[in-house]
Design a protein around this ligand. Sequence first.
Ligand code: FES
Length: 112
Amino acid sequence: MPKMTFIAPDGNRLEVEAPEGLSVLEIAHRNKIDLEGACEGSLACSTCHIVVAPEWYDKLAAASDDEEDMLDLAFGLTSTSRLGCQIIMKPELDGLVVTLPSATRNMMVDKK
Ligand code: FES
């Protein structure tokens, strides 16, 4: 099973299973990580904004124009920002690392 790591704004890391075909947003929700995703992946919000670790950014499929447009609205945009609902897990992304932006009210929830 591929894995990926979420890093909370406070630096806490959580490695989780990342089943192929699920989006980073869906993986976050499965693991009770508080990434909002208000529009549930229909590219109508920017609340699923995450920051991809630079070494992983180029391995992702390029963002669509619609994703770029929504990202422009995201608070705390960085050069490796993406929308979590648009990153679909695949074997090459095993080990992916993303950070939850600190400039939102996203919070990592301890699942224990
Ligand atoms: Fe709304 Fe990703 S959940 S754009």
